[in-house]
Design a protein around this ligand. Structure first.
Ligand code: 6GU
Length: 225
């Protein structure tokens, strides 16, 4: 899988993709993440990429020209399965959407900033618009990082134990059950006996019951209740 991220603040994302699971996934050759600085695609003076909104009002708008120059340069090299614009008025990100995206070959993520991008970019170039929740960020970069992280960890081979993604919260519309590790007794705070029993069927049943109970208590909406 290859993910191209178009942004006017690549510095914000560099360290994120240079660490941990995301770095390992790239080192193993399972995914490629490429950051593209919009300022390298502008023909305006002083590397300008944004301008005042027609009609007035506060806030700058990313101009269509540098964005389209960048998108066209990338599209000349490969075909993208989706050109995604990160925006608070997009479809809210879900594990279902993440699962779908993880099956794609080439994804492009466009980060807006300031007041957003010129609407013509959205109308004519973008194929999908995603929000990461009902709150406002100062730009799409963190949202792009969230989407990329959620997608990349599902690419086969990225997680060391491939089954572990299957037991994530949300993967079966249930929250994950509690987990414990050593010591079995910490100052009288004990790990449930069943987890120390070695009885796999009982352990699985306990985990399922706990997941269900936790979901009932915290997120009854996931159970349609
Ligand atoms: Cl994708 N962008 C911004 N700026 N704010 C957000 C968001 C995206 N998703 C939730 N809030």
């Amino acid at each position: 899988m290859r993910i191209d991220i178009v942004t006017c603040l690549p510095q914000l994302l560099e360290s994120f993709f240079a660490a941990s699971i995301l770095k390992r996934a790239q080192d193993k050759g399972l995914v490629e993440v490429h950051l593209h600085d919009l300022r390298n695609y502008t023909t305006y003076k002083h590397k300008q990429v944004d301008d005042y909104a027609f009609g007035g009002g506060a806030g700058m708008v990313l101009m269509i020209e540098p964005i389209v120059r960048c998108l066209r340069a990338l599209q000349a090299e490969r075909t993208y399965d989706e050109l995604i614009y990160l925006t608070p008025d997009g479809e809210k990100l879900s594990q279902r959407a993440v699962n779908t995206l993880s099956l794609k070959q080439n994804l492009l993520l466009l980060c807006g900033h300031y007041k957003g991008v010129d609407e013509r970019v959205r109308e004519h170039f973008i194929t999908r618009e995603i929000s990461i929740g009902d709150y406002v960020l100062s730009g799409g970069e963190l949202a792009a990082a969230v989407v990329a992280d959620a997608v990349i960890r599902l690419v086969p081979g990225v997680l060391s134990d491939e089954t572990s993604a299957l037991t994530d919260s949300f993967q079966d519309d249930l929250l994950a059950p509690p987990v414990y590790t050593r010591p079995a007794d910490y100052e009288g705070m004990k790990v449930p006996d069943v987890l120390l029993s070695g009885h796999e069927a009982n352990i699985n049943k306990w985990r399922y019951d706990q997941a269900l109970e936790r979901t009932r208590q915290r997120r009854p909406d996931l159970l349609g209740e």
